[in-house]
Design a protein around this ligand. Structure first.
Ligand code: GLY
Length: 564
């Protein structure tokens, strides 16, 4: 029998949970400073320029996204899409702006399969057939119109200037271009834009993209129709179709961004606001944290913490594979996935001493993670916030620059399941919910997130393919465990990952001691030290007590973090 005290505590917890759910954290007062963290210093400076010119965080987000499209063309751009998580200080409105790409209307569920039903190698990754209809330009126009204070002409001016006058090639650009050299050489417009006489430009050389500057200017002057109608649209459709793609003008004309309610849930006094479908981010984070809430992680050894986190991730990614897709096309059991009762049911099979076999949960993997996609976080002095994760999918997307537009197209079609058995480039298991359909958005892992508590607000996100969600998760757990939040430490913390299939814990090289990894192996985990770069987190911490904001860029990247 439940005692009276237990009953009171339980009701108080429930009341707190309701409060956390429905109350975004806002402050009436102005902040003494603003902050921006992005993956490139030139983008951060462009954002700052907008704030200095009287713009708000939303104008700054347009400037940052515009410049990233020029100086980090391998990660995001006009030919791609993404999610903007917004908090408007004036009324506390929190919304996810969904500028995710959409499948062309002529897309078919079997378009990447051969006659035997097997995926055709590279079909969903390279060339214009791999490209979904871009969402970023519509997202930027929507941000300016509904939330910004400045005209697009002003907020895109730095991007236009850098595309026209060029920006100096850095080591990162060289490394990315070298790794994708064959893809870049495979289409003449692409080679012309990103290479010098067919080879990777030297450090310090200016990379000019005059055709992209013209497309950016059309967007800046005419808004969405400057990209989705008129000469830019016509040139893109003609180039795509000439090389075997299936875009039509109707695809572009009909593209629309969507405002969606974010996924909101509580975890140990934190109110977490994250991306809704077609991102898997919010629901997978919730599934993992609802399971972890049942354990006192602070009392566990490092290896035991990792075991529990991996087991929780295994189950949440299993649900990702089973249930998640574009909610405009498939019914997602959101309420069930968010419920404590469901978490209890999923946690019941966790063995404290032994790894569960993913195969015993059931269903479908090859894994190649990458350092692509980009994220930035911005807060202005009024308290408006933007956390945005943008992408063209893998490095340099489809490798196809559409005609004379300078627009490099994405290969987000690979984020769909080519078949229920097929895995995508991240090794994520295929599912019916994420099959291709005309006009549908592919399931994503991009997870721009706010973590709100009485101590303050953490705004964060990162690239990293299917590991994005676990990277955000580890930062949330790090915040909860730290007596004094240190945003730089959260962005730089060691990383590990589990995604149900392949059935193994992936760990960052040199991040954990051999003793910890041995202990995990003894519990039955396959421990895989996964080479490569583990994300590029861009985070801002707004401290409630002082009202000050702090920004940090992941030490793994070469970003720009400013608080002023
Ligand atoms: N294109 C990677 C993702 O959206 O998850």
């Amino acid at each position: 029998m439940q005692s009276l005290t237990e009953m009171i505590i339980q009701r108080a917890r429930f009341a707190l949970l309701l409060f956390l759910f429905f109350t975004p954290l806002t402050w009436a007062e102005q902040f003494p400073n603003a902050a921006i963290a992005s993956a490139h210093p030139l983008a951060t400076l462009a954002g700052r320029e907008m704030l200095d010119q009287g713009g708000n965080a939303f104008d700054a987000a347009i400037a940052v996204a515009g410049v990233l499209a020029v100086v980090e063309p391998y990660n995001s751009g006009l030919g791609g899409g993404g999610f903007f998580l917004l908090h408007r200080a004036r009324d506390g409105r929190q919304v996810m702006l969904d500028a995710r790409e959409k499948a062309p209307l002529a897309a078919r569920s079997d378009m990447y399969l051969d006659q035997k039903g097997e995926p055709i190698a590279q079909a969903s990754l390279a060339g214009p057939l791999a490209a979904a209809i871009p969402g970023l330009p519509a997202g930027l126009a929507h941000l300016a119109k509904r939330y910004g204070r400045l005209p697009l002409r002003q907020s895109l001016s730095a991007a236009i200037r850098l595309a026209e006058e060029g920006f100096p090639i850095d080591a990162r650009y060289r490394a990315m271009a070298e790794s994708q050299l064959m893809l870049l050489q495979s289409h003449s417009a692409t080679a012309q834009q990103f290479l010098t006489e067919g080879t990777v430009p030297k450090i310090g050389e200016l990379l000019k993209q005059p055709q992209l500057a013209v497309s950016l200017r059309m967007l800046a002057q005419q808004g969405s129709k400057g990209f989705y109608r008129g000469p830019v649209a016509r040139a893109m459709v003609a180039a795509v179709r000439a090389q075997g793609g299936i875009w039509t003008q109707a695809d572009l004309t009909r593209y629309q961004v969507k405002e969606r309610a974010p996924i909101v849930f509580g975890y140990r006094g934190l109110r977490i606001v994250s991306a809704a479908p077609p991102s898997a981010g919010g629901l997978t984070l919730a599934g993992t944290l609802n399971i972890l809430a049942r354990y006192d992680l602070a009392q566990q050894s490092r290896a035991q913490q990792m075991h529990l986190v991996a087991e929780a991730l295994r189950r949440a990614y299993h649900d990702r594979a089973r249930y998640l897709g574009d909610a405009d096309f498939v019914r997602i059991p959101t309420a069930t996935l968010l419920s404590p009762a469901y978490a209890e049911q999923r946690a019941a099979s966790i063995d404290l001493n032994n790894a569960t076999l993913s195969a015993s949960l059931d269903v479908a993997s090859r894994v190649k993670q990458g350092d692509h996609t980009t994220h930035f976080s911005i807060v202005d002095r009024a308290g408006n916030r933007v956390a945005a994760t943008l992408s063209i999918n893998t490095l340099f997307g489809s490798g196809f620059v559409a005609g004379n537009t300078g627009v490099l197209l994405n290969n987000e079609m690979d984020d769909f399941a080519a078949s229920e058995q097929a895995q995508n480039v991240y090794g994520l298991a295929g599912s019916r919910a994420n099959r291709i359909a005309p006009g549908k958005r592919p399931l994503s892992s991009m997870s721009p997130t706010f973590v709100e508590s009485q101590r303050g607000v953490l705004m964060l996100g990162t690239p990293g393919g299917s590991r994005i969600i676990s990277m955000v998760l580890l930062a949330i757990l790090g915040l909860e465990a730290s007596p004094v939040p240190d945003v730089a430490a959260l962005a730089g913390a060691p990383r590990f990952h589990h995604q149900y299939l392949p059935d193994r814990i992936e760990v960052e090289p040199d991040a954990f001691s051999a003793a910890v990894l041995d202990e995990l192996a003894l519990k039955g985990h396959v421990v895989h030290i996964a080479p490569g770069k583990w994300g590029n987190m861009q985070a801002v911490w707004i401290d409630r007590a002082s009202g000050r904001a702090f920004a940090a860029s992941d030490p793994r990247g070469a970003g720009g973090a400013l608080a002023w």
